[in-house]
Design a protein around this ligand. Structure first.
Ligand SMILES: Cc1cc2nc3c(=O)[nH]c(=O)nc-3n(C[C@H](O)[C@H](O)[C@H](O)COP(=O)(O)OP(=O)(O)OC[C@H]3O[C@@H](n4cnc5c(N)ncnc54)[C@H](O)[C@@H]3O)c2cc1C
Length: 405
């Protein structure tokens, strides 16, 4: 079986599924391939360990493509407040001060992904192929094609790499990356606490790395503990009661008593950025294009902005009768997103490096920074709007505008 599409998306994670939904109802014939379908959601299930803080811009994208109601129907924890502090400086952001109901939403990744995949399936111009195993990817004369294990060969004017940080598509077509390890791991600990549902996320900076808390629905929460790979290995080897003692001794007393540890996972921290996002007939989105320090929870948020912008550029080019595979068309997407993402990565690195540093002048300036952020309202509001994804050039979907006229 040989099939030719306008757009073929490799990877149905949160970002790839958003590209598919954003192209829904357009004149383009789209296929989305995903290797495995996540387990369906049911409310009795424990929270997943993988959760993300979705920004207001991400929520708006999901809403505009018609996936947000399914997220709400599953499980979402909105948060209004965000507190950031270290030894001497402390600041708290509150969405009320800029007339928003929330700063963002903590959602399990699987809930977001399922909502998007089911929405994508409902569009008549989108074919969802799952489970699909890729045997081989070819890239010849500016055209990529994908051969599946079942013998089907799928080709498209544009093949979109949404297949995550290890992107096979990116490697096959030869789009290079710049990357380095932060020499830190993020340990995610799913806990049940004494307090009821919280509306605050917090982040405390200590020299060994940040310590963060993300609220979940009910009296559950997700603690993120950044530390050296060795220390995280030691902590992971502890029994649950031993880890509970360490948590209680190390973490601030903002959670009430931590009653139970329900799950633990850890992730190595890596920064990675594709030197180019596009080639003739190929575009990268999400983690396939960039992996960013998760300390301010922006990875999937910038990925969803990529997805929305790529769909906007492709639909616009198609409406103008242009060939969507042309490098000139795809470069427009790259220009609109790569610098924005680079800025976000640089800010995260600056944050990470200054806050994980105990050298006196650095401590002085970061305390000054926190103090200024606390006292100067326009600066504070700008930082807050940045975290909510409302700064910079936004794609139409993030402003609630549809792409189909
Ligand atoms: C500890 C931690 C905390 C984080 N917290 C946040 C947060 O609070 N907020 C935030 O915005 N971001 C956060 N992130 C980042 C976020 O998780 C990622 O940016 C996001 O998951 C990337 O989504 P993606 O769809 O691009 O890639 P992925 O989630 O990696 O999805 C890729 C998809 O492609 C599929 N795939 C891969 N290869 C193939 C193939 N060969 N064939 C078919 N399908 C394939 C996979 O099955 C998968 O479904 C965090 C990351 C970490 C490590």
């Amino acid at each position: 079986m040989n099939e030719e599409y306008d757009v073929l998306i490799v990877g149905g994670g949160m970002v790839g599924a958003t590209v598919a939904c954003a192209l829904g109802d357009s004149d383009l014939r789209v296929a989305l391939i995903e290797q495995s379908m996540p387990e369906e959601f049911s409310p009795e299930q424990a929270h997943d360990l993988r959760v993300s803080a979705l920004s207001i811009a991400s929520q708006q994208i999901l809403q505009t493509v018609g996936a947000w109601d399914a997220v709400l129907a599953a499980r979402v924890c909105p948060f209004k407040r965000m507190r950031v502090w270290e030894t001497a400086g402390d600041t708290e952001f509150n969405s009320d001060t800029i007339d928003y109901d929330a700063l963002g939403y903590i959602v399990e990744n699987r809930v977001t992904q399922l909502a998007l995949l089911h929405r994508a399936e409902a569009f008549s111009n989108v074919e969802f192929l799952c489970p699909a195993t890729i045997k081989q990817i070819n890239y010849v004369a500016g055209k990529a094609s994908v051969e599946l294990e079942d013998g089907a060969v799928l080709s498209a004017k544009v093949v979109v790499g949404a297949d995550g940080g290890q992107s096979r598509l990116r490697r096959t077509v030869g789009l290079g990356v710049t990357s380095w390890d932060y020499q830190q791991h993020a340990m995610v600990i799913y806990v049940e606490t004494d307090y009821g549902q919280q509306d605050i996320t917090w982040q405390r900076f200590v020299p060994t790395g940040p310590q963060a808390f993300l609220p979940l629905t009910g009296n559950y929460g997700s603690i993120v503990w950044y530390n050296t790979p060795d220390e995280v290995r030691r902590l992971k080897a502890l029994s649950a009661p031993e880890l509970l003692v360490e948590l209680t001794e190390t973490f601030p007393d903002c959670l009430g008593k931590i009653n139970t540890i329900l799950g633990v996972a850890s992730f190595p921290l890596k920064r990675q950025h594709a030197q180019e996002y596009v080639k003739q007939g190929v575009a990268l989105v999400g983690d396939a294009a960039h992996m960013i320090n998760p300390l301010a929870g922006q990875g999937v948020n910038i990925g969803l902005l990529d997805a929305a912008m790529l769909a906007e550029v492709l639909i616009d080019a198609s409406n103008k009768g242009k060939n969507i595979a042309d490098l000139e068309v795809l470069k427009r997407y790259e220009r609109l997103r790569r610098n924005e993402n680079l800025k976000m990565m640089t800010v995260m690195d600056l944050f990470y490096r200054t806050f994980s540093n105990s050298v006196m002048p650095v401590r002085f300036f970061r305390n000054l920074g926190l103090g200024l952020a606390e006292r100067i309202t326009p600066l504070k509001n700008k930082v807050m709007r940045g975290a909510m994804g409302l700064e910079g050039r936004l794609p139409k979907l993030a402003k609630g505008e549809t792409l189909i006229s």
